[in-house]
Design a protein around this ligand. Structure first.
Ligand SMILES: C[S@@+](CC[C@H](N)C(=O)[O-])C[C@H]1O[C@@H](n2cnc3c(N)ncnc32)[C@H](O)[C@@H]1O
Length: 265
C-alpha cells in the first residue's frame, strides 16, 4: 500500500479536503448546516457585552462569522483562514489570510477566540491551543469546536467500520489530523487553567438524511479518489457503502460534534 507521505508532505492545504478542490465550498456548507446550530447555542451562553472583539480562526466559508456580525452588531469580527477565498461578500467582518500554526496575534487582542473543525486537522494543535489563549484578554472566552469520528469505530456493521477506519487513516496520513481528539476537548481547556469550562456534544448519524449524514457523505465522496489511490478502500467498498447508506433499514452513529469553552481569568 502506498503511503501518501511518500508522495507529498502532509497538510490541509495539499490534501483532498483543501479549498482548491471543486467540491469544497459545497462540502463546507454541509458542515455549516450541521454544526452552526450548536455553535449558535454556545455563543448564546457567553453573555458578551459592549463591543467585543471576536476572532474566528480557520473560518472556512464564513457562515459563523457572518452570523456573529448579525448577532453582535457592535462587535469587531475578525475571520481568518490560511486560504480566505470563500470569505468574500460577508458584511460586517474583517478578513485576514493567516496561518494559525505560524502567524501570531498580539497578546490580549480578543474577547473571544473561536475555532471550529480546525484544530483536529493541525499536527501542532496543542501548541495552537496554548497560543490562542495568549490572544485573549482577562475575562475572554476560548471556544473550541471539533468533530470526533469515535462513534463510527463502534459500529457493528463491518462495511461501515472499514470505511470509517479508512477515512480516519487517510486524514491522519494526508493531513496529520486526529479525528478522536475532540472527545478530550474540555480536559484540554481545564489543563490550561481556563475557568468555567463547559462542553456540549451532538451525535451525528448516517443513513437518516440529517445534516450530519449529508456532511459525512459529502466528505466521503470528496475523499473517494484518495482512498482508492492509497488502496485503503476499493470501488466496490464505496459502491456498497452508498447502497448501505440509502437502505431505509440502516442508520448508525457516525460522529460527534463537540463544543468546549472556558474563560481566562
Ligand atoms: C473543516 S474547515 C472548517 C471551516 C469553518 N471553521 C467551519 O467550521 O465551518 C477547516 C478550515 O481550516 C482552514 N485551515 C487549515 N489549516 C489552517 C491553518 N494552518 N491556519 C488557518 N486556517 C487553516 C482550511 O482552509 C479550512 O477553511
Amino acid at each position: 500500500m502506498t503511503s501518501i507521505v511518500d508522495v507529498q508532505p502532509p497538510g490541509y492545504t495539499s490534501s483532498y479536503l483543501a479549498d482548491q478542490h471543486a467540491g469544497q465550498l459545497a462540502r463546507l456548507r454541509t458542515l455549516e448546516r450541521a454544526f452552526d446550530p450548536l455553535s449558535h447555542a454556545v455563543f448564546d451562553q457567553l453573555a458578551l457585552a459592549g463591543k467585543p472583539a471576536i476572532l474566528d480562526l480557520g473560518a472556512g466559508a464564513g457562515s459563523l462569522a457572518g452570523w456573529l456580525s448579525r448577532r453582535y452588531p457592535q462587535a469587531t469580527i475578525t475571520a481568518t483562514d490560511i486560504d480566505a477565498r470563500f470569505l468574500t461578500d460577508i458584511p460586517g467582518i474583517q478578513v485576514l489570510t493567516h496561518n494559525a500554526v505560524t502567524d501570531e496575534f498580539p497578546p490580549a487582542a480578543f474577547d473571544v477566540v473561536h475555532a471550529r473543525a480546525l484544530l483536529c486537522h493541525l499536527a501542532d494543535r496543542e501548541e495552537v491551543l496554548t497560543r490562542a489563549i495568549t490572544w485573549l484578554r482577562p475575562g475572554g472566552w476560548l471556544v473550541i469546536e471539533d468533530v470526533s469520528l469515535e462513534p463510527s469505530l463502534r459500529t457493528a456493521n463491518p462495511l461501515f467500520r472499514k470505511v470509517a477506519q479508512a477515512g480516519i487513516t487517510l486524514l491522519e496520513q494526508s493531513i496529520g489530523s486526529d479525528m478522536l481528539w475532540a472527545s478530550t476537548l474540555a480536559d484540554r481547556l481545564r489543563d490550561r487553567g481556563l475557568a468555567n469550562v463547559r462542553h456540549r456534544t451532538l451525535e451525528g448519524r448516517i443513513g437518516d438524511n440529517s445534516p450530519a449524514d449529508t456532511f459525512w457523505a459529502s466528505t466521503t465522496a470528496q475523499a473517494g479518489p484518495a482512498l482508492l489511490k492509497l488502496g485503503l478502500l476499493t470501488q466496490e467498498d464505496l459502491d456498497e457503502m452508498t447502497h448501505l447508506r440509502a437502505d431505509p433499514a440502516f442508520t448508525d452513529a457516525a460522529l460527534t460534534f463537540v463544543s468546549a469553552w472556558g474563560q481566562v481569568l
